[in-house]
Design a protein around this ligand. Structure first.
Ligand code: 8YV
Length: 319
């Protein structure tokens, strides 16, 4: 590692990964923002050749600029919107992520959120626990999931895995993506609004970052309408969260299943009171099995880069 430079861990990482980085790779740990970080970067910034981080932290322009020798950013997670990839490309810094290994778990979570919000499972669980069943009887009738029209926004690896699951439940699938995907027989909608207008459930499965910021606008949510449900396992930034909260509180949408939010871990207060909303704390990839595979792929990228300067799973922008 002498030629490559030292390794720096940025942001909170899976404990076993942090441990390996420290014991096997003698990695440094970036202090939290503040004077201590500034001192650290003045002292060590020039030595760092590789950053290992996750989507929660990433390497934004300011940090990248403080690391003049940086050659690689190894990202735990498929999403890397917190890393400035444009600046990385300019500087010849390579970036990797952990695709594929989390696809099934994230798609499972999208299915779970949909089942939960349409059938009211979490709300019914709260009802039983509150001791309301004996006195108040059965809960109101819910919305059938099998056969419901599903719209997938972003038909990448995860979007396709979501579509496969719903197709198995007899749901007609349509989608919108940057471009029409050849070789799939799901119906293509020309815009997010057109997709939203034609489905019962809109499932957001795009990447995050500037290119998709606000893609699910108020107009799209209004097209989804009072009978429509929104499910988001992508990034909070993709949805106009203020409009979403407004429509959910005023009957403009039937419900939502949300694993991601605009300013995590902050969840908009009005949502906490709504029984037609299911809220989870960004857990979609969070199983022992998947997180182990993400950790392994992260370390595979690191060791490949250290050994011969090449990443195993570079992000698509690397070409
Ligand atoms: C991770 C994710 O929990 O892969 C992603 O993009 O959002 C999740 O799988 C997260 O990146 C890890 O911090």
């Amino acid at each position: 590692t002498a030629a490559v430079g030292r390794i720096l861990a940025v942001g909170s990482l899976k404990p076993s990964l942090a441990q390996t980085l420290s014991t096997t790779y003698d990695a440094l740990v970036l202090p939290k923002e503040g004077p201590e970080r500034d001192r650290f970067l003045t002292e060590y910034g020039g030595e760092i050749g590789v950053v290992v981080t996750s989507g929660r932290a990433g390497v934004a322009a300011e940090l990248m600029t403080a690391l003049p020798r940086l050659g690689a950013v190894v990202n735990f997670g498929v999403g890397y919107d917190t890393t400035d990839v444009a600046l990385a490309l300019e500087r010849g810094i390579v970036v990797s992520n952990t695709p594929d290994v989390l696809t099934d778990c994230v798609a499972d979570t999208a299915l779970g959120l949909t089942l939960d919000v349409l059938r009211g499972l979490s709300a019914a669980d709260r009802y039983v626990r509150a001791g309301r069943w004996p006195g108040e009887g059965p809960v109101p009738l819910a919305r059938r999931v099998s056969g419901a029209r599903i719209g997938v926004l972003g038909l990448g690896r995860i979007g396709r895995a979501i579509a496969t699951r719903f197709a198995a439940m007899g749901c007609p699938i349509s989608y919108h993506s940057r471009r029409e995907v050849p070789g799939v027989d799901y119906a293509y909608a020309a815009s997010p609004a057109e997709l939203a207008a034609s489905v019962d459930v809109l499932v957001v499965a795009t990447s995050g970052g500037a290119a998709t910021s606000g893609l699910v606008s108020r107009e799209v949510l209004e097209a989804l309408g009072p009978q429509g449900y929104l499910v988001n396992i992508a990034r909070g930034s993709v949805v106009d969260e203020a409009a979403l909260v407004d429509l959910l509180t005023n009957g403009g949408l039937a419900g939502a299943g949300l694993d991601v939010f605009a300013a995590e871990p902050h969840v908009p207060e009005p949502l906490l009171a709504l029984d037609n909303v299911v809220l989870t704390p960004h857990l979609a990839s969070g199983t022992v099995q998947t997180r182990d595979e993400m950790e392994r792929l992260t370390l595979d990228n690191l060791t490949a880069y250290l050994a011969h300067g090449k990443l195993v799973t570079p992000v698509p922008e690397m070409g």
